[in-house]
Design a protein around this ligand. Sequence first.
Ligand code: CP3
Length: 352
Amino acid sequence: MAPSSAQPPAWYDSPLMKAVRGEPSGRVPIWLMRQAGRYMAEYRAVREKTGFLELCKNPRLCAEVMLVAVERLGVDAAILFSDLLLILEPLGLKLEFPGGEGPLLHNPIRRPEDVDRLAELESVEPLDFVMEAVRQTRAGLAERLPLIGFAGAPFTLAAYAVEGGSSRHYRLVKSLMYRDAGAWHALMSRLGRAITLYLKAQVDAGVQVVQLFDSWVGCLGVDDYRRYVLPYTRSIIEAVAPSAPVIHFATGNPALLPLLSEAGGAVIGIDWRIRLDDAWRAIGYHKAIQGNLDPVVLLASPGEIRRRAREILDQAAGRPGHIFNLGHGVLAQTPVENAIALVDAVHELGSG
Ligand code: CP3
């Protein structure tokens, strides 16, 4: 929303916020999912001394790793440094990042009765360190750069809560969904209320826009998405959108795009499995779009990266409302110079 003072803060007219609103932005803004991470030497140096969860709970270090990454890359926005799964701790799940294999939840929700032991998030107080990270990142960031908050979407969080970690077939979460509609509804509504509270608190703490990550929802077909997911995601977006615009991101199944658009979000974030021009048509031109370079392209040469960036910009065809990003997070093997080459190429080829 437009701030009420006569002079809006500098971030209000930034290329990213203009693109979010679908306004012409002078140049195509770019930021990268997982822009602060193991591919960056500065991040690895911090992680040598600090465990990942410990880092997430240290607002000063969270602000530092994000500000260093933003400076190094020259991107058009910062994203809160945190993790999708932290919200599951105050709900009663025991979270660990054993290193290498990705996250692990020690007491997953497996049977319908288990849903009852998931706590209701009554306040964001147990996640105060996240709000402090927002305040410190905002304080250290140039005023012209927007700060993005985020949360997992209810399906992706439910998938982690039920599977207990990453999964190949999503057998456990889908069988809970198919076998017990009541338990599924209880789980998704409880997660939905927690996510809404959490995102609103991030906005109050100082983020300008929020991204909802539905990273694993692509394992569902269209009819299941409509029945088991869309109502819950829609109610979160409806509750948050009056305070801040929402980027609604999903991967894996381009057939879901019209439904993602229906569920809401000023911006729909897409992966590389569909061309950006086809995706935008499916989403509708009344919404902005974010994406969609395959993160593996960043392992190729700078020349190839530039060529592929140009292809995506050509598909956007100068239409207002394109935010350049990868189709998913930066891979740990990415040479940092290649990420910088992408940012520079998008700034050069996407201006005017
Ligand atoms: O984008 C950013 O730079 C902000 C920080 C951020 C992280 N995780 C830091 C992180 C964000 C936005 C996330 C979101 C997140 N976390 C998602 C959604 C995005 C996506 O990739 O789909 C998911 C699914 C998670 C859960 C999660 N956290 C996984 C699967 C992993 C392990 C993946 C890996 O690369 O090993 C994490 C750990 C994690 N989250 C790291 C970082 C920087 C790596 C931790 C480390 O070893 O230092």
